[in-house]
Design a protein around this ligand. Structure first.
Ligand code: SF4
Ligand code: SF4
Length: 303
Protein backbone atom coordinates (compact mmCIF):
# COMPACT_ATOMS: atom_id res chain seq x y z
CA UNK A 1 0.00 0.00 0.00
CA UNK A 2 2.86 2.41 0.82
CA UNK A 3 4.05 2.35 -2.81
CA UNK A 4 0.60 3.35 -4.14
CA UNK A 5 0.97 6.46 -6.33
CA UNK A 6 -1.06 9.67 -6.15
CA UNK A 7 -0.77 13.04 -7.89
CA UNK A 8 0.15 15.83 -5.47
CA UNK A 9 0.64 19.49 -6.34
CA UNK A 10 1.80 20.91 -3.03
CA UNK A 11 2.70 19.95 0.51
CA UNK A 12 2.48 23.05 2.66
CA UNK A 13 3.85 23.18 6.21
CA UNK A 14 2.76 25.34 9.15
CA UNK A 15 -0.83 25.86 7.99
CA UNK A 16 -3.20 27.29 10.60
CA UNK A 17 -6.44 27.57 8.59
CA UNK A 18 -6.96 23.93 7.62
CA UNK A 19 -8.11 22.46 10.93
CA UNK A 20 -6.98 22.75 14.56
CA UNK A 21 -3.40 23.60 15.56
CA UNK A 22 -0.37 23.64 13.29
CA UNK A 23 -0.85 21.42 10.26
CA UNK A 24 0.80 20.17 7.13
CA UNK A 25 -1.64 20.33 4.23
CA UNK A 26 -1.27 17.89 1.36
CA UNK A 27 -2.93 19.16 -1.83
CA UNK A 28 -4.14 16.40 -4.17
CA UNK A 29 -4.76 17.11 -7.83
CA UNK A 30 -8.14 16.49 -9.49
CA UNK A 31 -11.65 17.70 -8.69
CA UNK A 32 -15.09 16.76 -10.11
CA UNK A 33 -16.38 20.32 -9.62
CA UNK A 34 -15.59 23.41 -11.68
CA UNK A 35 -16.45 26.28 -9.33
CA UNK A 36 -16.48 29.51 -11.28
CA UNK A 37 -14.50 31.30 -8.51
CA UNK A 38 -12.03 28.46 -7.76
CA UNK A 39 -8.94 29.87 -6.01
CA UNK A 40 -6.89 26.75 -6.86
CA UNK A 41 -7.70 26.21 -10.58
CA UNK A 42 -4.37 24.41 -11.00
CA UNK A 43 -5.87 21.68 -8.81
CA UNK A 44 -8.86 20.93 -11.03
CA UNK A 45 -7.37 18.58 -13.61
CA UNK A 46 -6.05 15.29 -12.26
CA UNK A 47 -2.84 15.34 -14.31
CA UNK A 48 0.32 17.48 -14.05
CA UNK A 49 0.11 20.82 -15.92
CA UNK A 50 2.61 23.48 -16.99
CA UNK A 51 2.21 27.00 -15.60
CA UNK A 52 3.86 29.91 -17.42
CA UNK A 53 4.31 33.33 -15.74
CA UNK A 54 4.91 35.88 -18.50
CA UNK A 55 5.89 38.56 -15.97
CA UNK A 56 8.83 36.42 -14.78
CA UNK A 57 10.06 35.49 -18.26
CA UNK A 58 13.34 37.22 -19.21
CA UNK A 59 13.29 35.99 -22.83
CA UNK A 60 16.55 34.01 -22.46
CA UNK A 61 15.35 31.23 -24.80
CA UNK A 62 16.77 28.37 -22.72
CA UNK A 63 13.46 26.53 -22.90
CA UNK A 64 13.37 26.49 -26.72
CA UNK A 65 15.86 23.67 -27.20
CA UNK A 66 14.69 21.82 -24.09
CA UNK A 67 11.17 21.06 -25.33
CA UNK A 68 10.98 17.81 -27.36
CA UNK A 69 7.79 19.07 -29.01
CA UNK A 70 9.09 22.51 -30.02
CA UNK A 71 6.41 24.37 -28.07
CA UNK A 72 8.59 27.28 -26.93
CA UNK A 73 9.77 29.86 -29.47
CA UNK A 74 11.31 33.30 -29.34
CA UNK A 75 9.89 35.94 -31.69
CA UNK A 76 11.76 39.24 -31.70
CA UNK A 77 13.09 38.41 -28.26
CA UNK A 78 9.65 37.63 -26.87
CA UNK A 79 8.87 34.17 -25.57
CA UNK A 80 5.84 32.41 -27.14
CA UNK A 81 4.36 29.20 -25.77
CA UNK A 82 1.99 26.90 -27.67
CA UNK A 83 0.18 25.01 -24.95
CA UNK A 84 -1.55 22.59 -27.30
CA UNK A 85 0.76 19.56 -27.53
CA UNK A 86 2.35 19.92 -24.09
CA UNK A 87 2.81 16.50 -22.50
CA UNK A 88 3.83 17.97 -19.11
CA UNK A 89 7.21 16.25 -19.19
CA UNK A 90 8.75 19.15 -17.24
CA UNK A 91 11.96 19.21 -19.30
CA UNK A 92 11.66 22.95 -20.00
CA UNK A 93 11.22 23.84 -16.34
CA UNK A 94 14.67 22.49 -15.50
CA UNK A 95 16.19 25.05 -17.92
CA UNK A 96 14.17 28.08 -16.84
CA UNK A 97 16.38 29.83 -14.30
CA UNK A 98 13.90 32.70 -14.03
CA UNK A 99 11.29 30.23 -12.71
CA UNK A 100 8.76 31.42 -15.27
CA UNK A 101 7.91 27.78 -16.00
CA UNK A 102 6.60 25.51 -13.30
CA UNK A 103 5.20 22.00 -13.47
CA UNK A 104 2.18 21.68 -11.21
CA UNK A 105 1.62 18.15 -9.94
CA UNK A 106 3.84 15.13 -9.52
CA UNK A 107 3.39 11.46 -8.76
CA UNK A 108 4.34 10.49 -5.23
CA UNK A 109 3.91 7.31 -3.22
CA UNK A 110 2.03 7.13 0.07
CA UNK A 111 5.37 6.52 1.82
CA UNK A 112 6.95 9.62 0.23
CA UNK A 113 4.01 11.85 1.19
CA UNK A 114 3.95 10.50 4.73
CA UNK A 115 7.69 10.96 5.08
CA UNK A 116 7.38 14.64 4.14
CA UNK A 117 4.10 15.36 5.89
CA UNK A 118 5.04 13.78 9.23
CA UNK A 119 8.23 15.83 9.69
CA UNK A 120 6.48 18.37 11.88
CA UNK A 121 5.06 15.81 14.29
CA UNK A 122 6.50 17.69 17.35
CA UNK A 123 4.51 20.78 16.29
CA UNK A 124 1.36 18.69 15.87
CA UNK A 125 1.76 17.29 19.37
CA UNK A 126 2.26 20.65 21.07
CA UNK A 127 -0.43 22.53 19.09
CA UNK A 128 -3.11 19.86 18.67
CA UNK A 129 -2.48 19.88 14.93
CA UNK A 130 -1.85 17.18 12.35
CA UNK A 131 -2.12 16.50 8.65
CA UNK A 132 -4.88 17.82 6.36
CA UNK A 133 -5.69 16.37 2.96
CA UNK A 134 -7.03 19.00 0.58
CA UNK A 135 -7.03 19.70 -3.12
CA UNK A 136 -8.51 19.53 -5.59
CA UNK A 137 -10.73 16.90 -4.05
CA UNK A 138 -9.15 14.11 -1.98
CA UNK A 139 -12.09 11.77 -2.69
CA UNK A 140 -11.20 11.93 -6.41
CA UNK A 141 -8.06 9.87 -5.62
CA UNK A 142 -10.03 7.51 -3.36
CA UNK A 143 -7.66 4.58 -2.78
CA UNK A 144 -4.66 6.88 -2.37
CA UNK A 145 -6.53 9.06 0.13
CA UNK A 146 -7.67 5.97 2.02
CA UNK A 147 -4.07 4.67 2.18
CA UNK A 148 -2.82 8.06 3.48
CA UNK A 149 -5.58 8.08 6.09
CA UNK A 150 -4.65 4.55 7.21
CA UNK A 151 -0.99 5.59 7.51
CA UNK A 152 -1.94 8.62 9.62
CA UNK A 153 -3.95 6.35 11.91
CA UNK A 154 -1.07 3.88 12.21
CA UNK A 155 1.34 6.70 13.04
CA UNK A 156 -1.12 8.30 15.42
CA UNK A 157 -1.20 11.62 13.54
CA UNK A 158 -4.57 13.44 13.67
CA UNK A 159 -6.12 13.86 10.23
CA UNK A 160 -8.53 16.35 8.66
CA UNK A 161 -9.93 15.98 5.15
CA UNK A 162 -11.24 18.96 3.24
CA UNK A 163 -13.86 17.80 0.79
CA UNK A 164 -16.49 19.19 -1.56
CA UNK A 165 -18.53 16.12 -0.62
CA UNK A 166 -18.98 14.95 -4.21
CA UNK A 167 -17.61 11.43 -3.91
CA UNK A 168 -18.39 7.75 -3.40
CA UNK A 169 -20.46 7.29 -0.19
CA UNK A 170 -18.81 3.90 0.49
CA UNK A 171 -15.39 5.57 0.39
CA UNK A 172 -16.56 8.21 2.86
CA UNK A 173 -17.91 5.46 5.14
CA UNK A 174 -14.50 3.75 5.13
CA UNK A 175 -12.80 7.05 5.93
CA UNK A 176 -14.98 7.94 8.94
CA UNK A 177 -12.99 5.92 11.56
CA UNK A 178 -9.71 7.31 10.19
CA UNK A 179 -10.55 11.03 10.05
CA UNK A 180 -10.72 13.36 13.05
CA UNK A 181 -12.59 16.22 11.35
CA UNK A 182 -14.17 16.58 7.91
CA UNK A 183 -13.87 20.13 6.57
CA UNK A 184 -16.96 19.94 4.38
CA UNK A 185 -17.50 22.62 1.74
CA UNK A 186 -21.00 24.02 1.24
CA UNK A 187 -21.13 26.40 -1.70
CA UNK A 188 -24.82 26.69 -2.52
CA UNK A 189 -27.98 25.10 -1.13
CA UNK A 190 -30.17 25.14 -4.24
CA UNK A 191 -29.44 22.18 -6.57
CA UNK A 192 -29.91 24.11 -9.83
CA UNK A 193 -27.81 27.06 -8.67
CA UNK A 194 -25.15 24.61 -7.53
CA UNK A 195 -25.09 23.05 -10.99
CA UNK A 196 -24.95 26.45 -12.66
CA UNK A 197 -21.88 27.63 -10.73
CA UNK A 198 -19.98 24.38 -10.02
CA UNK A 199 -20.96 22.07 -12.89
CA UNK A 200 -22.77 19.51 -10.71
CA UNK A 201 -25.91 19.60 -8.57
CA UNK A 202 -25.61 19.13 -4.81
CA UNK A 203 -27.87 16.11 -4.25
CA UNK A 204 -25.00 13.64 -3.67
CA UNK A 205 -23.17 16.27 -1.58
CA UNK A 206 -26.14 16.77 0.73
CA UNK A 207 -26.64 12.98 1.03
CA UNK A 208 -22.98 12.53 1.94
CA UNK A 209 -23.11 15.33 4.50
CA UNK A 210 -26.08 13.67 6.21
CA UNK A 211 -24.38 10.28 6.03
CA UNK A 212 -21.29 11.63 7.82
CA UNK A 213 -23.40 13.29 10.50
CA UNK A 214 -25.54 10.18 11.06
CA UNK A 215 -22.41 8.00 11.39
CA UNK A 216 -20.96 10.21 14.11
CA UNK A 217 -18.30 12.06 12.10
CA UNK A 218 -17.08 15.45 13.33
CA UNK A 219 -17.78 18.12 10.69
CA UNK A 220 -16.88 21.75 10.15
CA UNK A 221 -18.82 23.36 7.30
CA UNK A 222 -16.60 25.58 5.15
CA UNK A 223 -18.37 28.07 2.95
CA UNK A 224 -16.76 30.39 0.42
CA UNK A 225 -18.80 33.61 0.38
CA UNK A 226 -19.00 34.75 -3.21
CA UNK A 227 -20.48 38.15 -4.19
CA UNK A 228 -23.52 37.82 -6.50
CA UNK A 229 -23.54 34.03 -6.04
CA UNK A 230 -24.28 33.03 -2.44
CA UNK A 231 -23.91 36.28 -0.49
CA UNK A 232 -27.65 36.37 0.19
CA UNK A 233 -29.86 36.31 3.30
CA UNK A 234 -31.47 33.10 1.97
CA UNK A 235 -28.10 31.31 1.85
CA UNK A 236 -27.03 32.49 5.31
CA UNK A 237 -30.40 31.46 6.80
CA UNK A 238 -30.34 28.09 5.06
CA UNK A 239 -26.78 27.44 6.20
CA UNK A 240 -27.67 28.20 9.81
CA UNK A 241 -30.66 25.85 9.58
CA UNK A 242 -28.49 23.11 8.07
CA UNK A 243 -25.89 23.48 10.83
CA UNK A 244 -28.58 23.37 13.50
CA UNK A 245 -30.19 20.26 12.02
CA UNK A 246 -27.05 18.10 11.86
CA UNK A 247 -25.59 16.86 15.14
CA UNK A 248 -22.18 16.19 13.56
CA UNK A 249 -21.66 19.82 12.58
CA UNK A 250 -19.49 21.46 15.23
CA UNK A 251 -18.91 24.84 13.57
CA UNK A 252 -19.34 26.84 10.38
CA UNK A 253 -16.49 28.77 8.77
CA UNK A 254 -17.28 31.59 6.35
CA UNK A 255 -14.47 32.26 3.89
CA UNK A 256 -14.71 35.57 1.99
CA UNK A 257 -13.89 35.36 -1.71
CA UNK A 258 -10.45 36.45 -2.78
CA UNK A 259 -9.26 36.75 -6.38
CA UNK A 260 -6.10 34.62 -6.03
CA UNK A 261 -7.33 32.18 -8.68
CA UNK A 262 -7.33 34.80 -11.46
CA UNK A 263 -3.54 35.02 -11.85
CA UNK A 264 -3.28 31.24 -11.69
CA UNK A 265 -5.80 30.93 -14.54
CA UNK A 266 -3.61 33.24 -16.62
CA UNK A 267 -0.58 31.06 -15.89
CA UNK A 268 -2.59 28.02 -17.04
CA UNK A 269 -3.61 29.81 -20.24
CA UNK A 270 -7.31 29.71 -19.30
CA UNK A 271 -10.07 32.31 -19.23
CA UNK A 272 -11.75 33.35 -15.98
CA UNK A 273 -15.46 32.47 -15.64
CA UNK A 274 -15.77 34.75 -12.63
CA UNK A 275 -13.69 37.89 -12.28
CA UNK A 276 -15.50 40.04 -9.81
CA UNK A 277 -12.79 40.86 -7.29
CA UNK A 278 -15.16 42.60 -4.87
CA UNK A 279 -13.96 41.90 -1.38
CA UNK A 280 -16.81 41.72 1.09
CA UNK A 281 -17.07 44.09 4.01
CA UNK A 282 -15.59 41.94 6.78
CA UNK A 283 -17.46 43.78 9.54
CA UNK A 284 -20.75 43.05 7.80
CA UNK A 285 -19.86 39.38 7.51
CA UNK A 286 -18.92 39.18 11.19
CA UNK A 287 -22.32 40.68 12.00
CA UNK A 288 -24.00 38.03 9.82
CA UNK A 289 -21.92 35.30 11.48
CA UNK A 290 -23.08 36.43 14.92
CA UNK A 291 -26.74 36.19 13.83
CA UNK A 292 -26.09 32.73 12.35
CA UNK A 293 -24.45 31.57 15.59
CA UNK A 294 -27.56 32.59 17.48
CA UNK A 295 -29.87 30.87 15.02
CA UNK A 296 -27.90 27.63 14.63
CA UNK A 297 -26.53 27.21 18.15
CA UNK A 298 -23.15 26.43 16.54
CA UNK A 299 -20.15 28.77 16.35
CA UNK A 300 -20.00 30.58 13.00
CA UNK A 301 -16.56 32.06 12.37
CA UNK A 302 -15.30 34.38 9.63
CA UNK A 303 -11.94 33.09 8.40
S1 SF4 B 1 6.49 20.43 -20.18
FE1 SF4 B 1 7.58 19.23 -21.78
S2 SF4 B 1 6.19 19.22 -23.56
FE2 SF4 B 1 5.46 20.83 -22.16
S3 SF4 B 1 6.42 22.70 -22.91
FE3 SF4 B 1 7.79 21.88 -21.29
S4 SF4 B 1 9.25 20.56 -22.36
FE4 SF4 B 1 7.57 20.98 -23.81
S1 SF4 C 1 13.62 29.64 -20.11
FE1 SF4 C 1 12.11 30.70 -18.85
S2 SF4 C 1 12.79 32.83 -18.79
FE2 SF4 C 1 13.88 31.87 -20.52
S3 SF4 C 1 12.56 32.26 -22.31
FE3 SF4 C 1 11.95 30.26 -21.49
S4 SF4 C 1 10.24 30.76 -20.11
FE4 SF4 C 1 11.32 32.68 -20.49
Amino acid sequence: MSDLLGTIFNIQRFCTQDGPGIRTTVFLKGCPLRCAWCHNPESQRGVPELLFSSEKCIGCGSCVAACPNGLHTLRDGTHCFTRNGCISCGKCTAHCWAEALELCGKKQTVAEVMDEASRDRPFYETSGGGITLSGGEPLAQGEFTLALAQSCKQENIPLCIETCGYGDPSLLTRLIPLVDIFLFDIKLLDAQEHKKYTGVDNILIQQNLRLLSQRGARIILRCPIIPDVNQTPAFFDGLAELAAALSGVEAVHLEPYHPLGLSKLQRLGRQADYDRPTILDRKELIHIAAAMTKKSGKPVIVQ
